[in-house]
Ligand binder design. Sequence first.
Ligand code: FAD
Length: 535
Amino acid sequence: VLGCFLQTVQGARADADALAWTPASPFRDELRDLGVAALIRDDAEATALASTDFGNVTVAPAAAVLYPSCPADIAALLRASCARSSPFPVSARGRGHSVRGQAAATDGVVVDMPSLGRLGGGSTASRLSVSVEGQYIDAGGEQLWVDVLHAALAHGLTPRSWTDYLHLTVGGTLSNAGISGQAFRHGPQISNVQELDVITGLGEIVTCSKEKHADLFDAVLGGLGQFGVITRARIPLIQAPARARWVRLFYTGAAPLTGDQERLIGVDLGTAVSGLMDYVEGSVVLADQGQVGSWRSSFFSEADAARIAALAEEAGGVLYCLEGALYYGGAALAGESDVDKRLEVLLRELRYARGFAFVQDVSYAGFLDRVRDGELKLRAAGLWDVPHPWLNLFLPRSRVLDFAAGVFHGILRRDGGTGPMGPVLVYPMNRDRWDGNTSAVFPEEEEVFYTVGILRSAVSEGDLGRLEEQNEEILRFCEEAGIPCVQYLPYYAGQAGWEKKHFGPAKWARFVERKRKYDPKAILSRGQRIFTSPL
Ligand code: FAD
């Protein structure tokens, strides 16, 4: 610890004195003894930042923030908390891209994970190490997926499974699942990890995998930060494509959209289109979505956008868009003539509204980082740092059309068509690509389940309350209609919701058992509101 501390003081932090921490509460004295006190700030600027998140809906005041320079600093903090009769909460915070305070630590210490890269005595790159021979990358838990991508691409390699937005941390998405349009084939990001370094709630540093400490490995993946802090993940790599044909097709109904999505992900193997796309997503397009609704990328000319809006009006205000990508080029992949042939089959066989197929040719990296453009545009318009009452659900394939009828054509269209102010995603995944031993919760009763992401922004006064009420209404609708949905990136106000609505008896029992083993004092990630006192 002392070594890390000295390295930090001598290295990246210019003004350690300015950050030095004046002990004011009992647990601070104990940290001073451990040698991490100079890595801690408790001034208003630091704690304010750590008390909010992307959601902008909750404020959970942290007492202090640890800026670790190496994993041992985090272990020291956790051991200090553990040693107390009344442990203080500790939460790892990646980018704080949660929406309900999940990375917060009320009256406790937030661990600013990006500091591991910044203060670790070197550049960010030193915590991203590619093994070409082993075909994997070792990435610090604080690393952004966009940096993982570029480090791997430098060797012509790439991870297989992504999130739509790459400016999220490895540890943050692995604590949830990490999903995008590749998950149907490769599974979520948590199905694409070989090994982890984890610091448990007891302050122990453990390397785990399916072969070694498998229970901890499984617990941490999708574990909502409850069992340990991920400081390194080994992620398998494959040969990288060079380019992507990026396709958007419009549908006037949910049934043809979902039918095509399912053919593409291979539900009905042997159809002409199964397996032809490398990425399959979809969204609901409402006639009045505006800039906030379409922020995730710009794709259409003004004339095309007007045609699409007219089609949406004709279709009663609701359109569906299938978004796909076909990768090509690069060392291991077929070239342009092959991708042209695949695309030709798709455009002939899929059941979209004729005349409403749009195709772009982009670099592979540009395709994966596509959401960034939208972010920059919203930032420029002052529409990024607004409240985000997002609702993400998983539901079984057999109920997706009932959901569409009740929610997309019902609840979201009410109130004079004020529309959802943000994208609404809907796409299927194959259940057999998910590992039931991990902590992630997903529908297990059918071979295919859908994810629905209602990703709205509250831009004007009154929006937040209205959108929150609608979210409640959507959950009530599912309950009353008997649609067995579970939340992704879940939020429940207290333990009863987690136990009964989220996990169910068997998974809850396993989750509690794992908590008892790896964080018995319930120190970690209390912002999730799952455990609030020692077990
Ligand atoms: P944080 O919000 O900081 O943390 C999330 C949770 O993980 C907290 O409980 C925290 O304590 C814990 N945690 C953080 N780091 C670690 C660590 N190293 N070890 C252990 N626990 C840790 N998700 C998808 O799956 N697919 C998407 O396409 C997608 N797109 C998104 C787009 C945007 C614009 C945003 C804001 C979010 C998106 N997400 C998506 C959600 C994202 O996966 C979550 O926000 C996730 O929590 C990652 O954010 P983060 O790295 O900032 O983690």
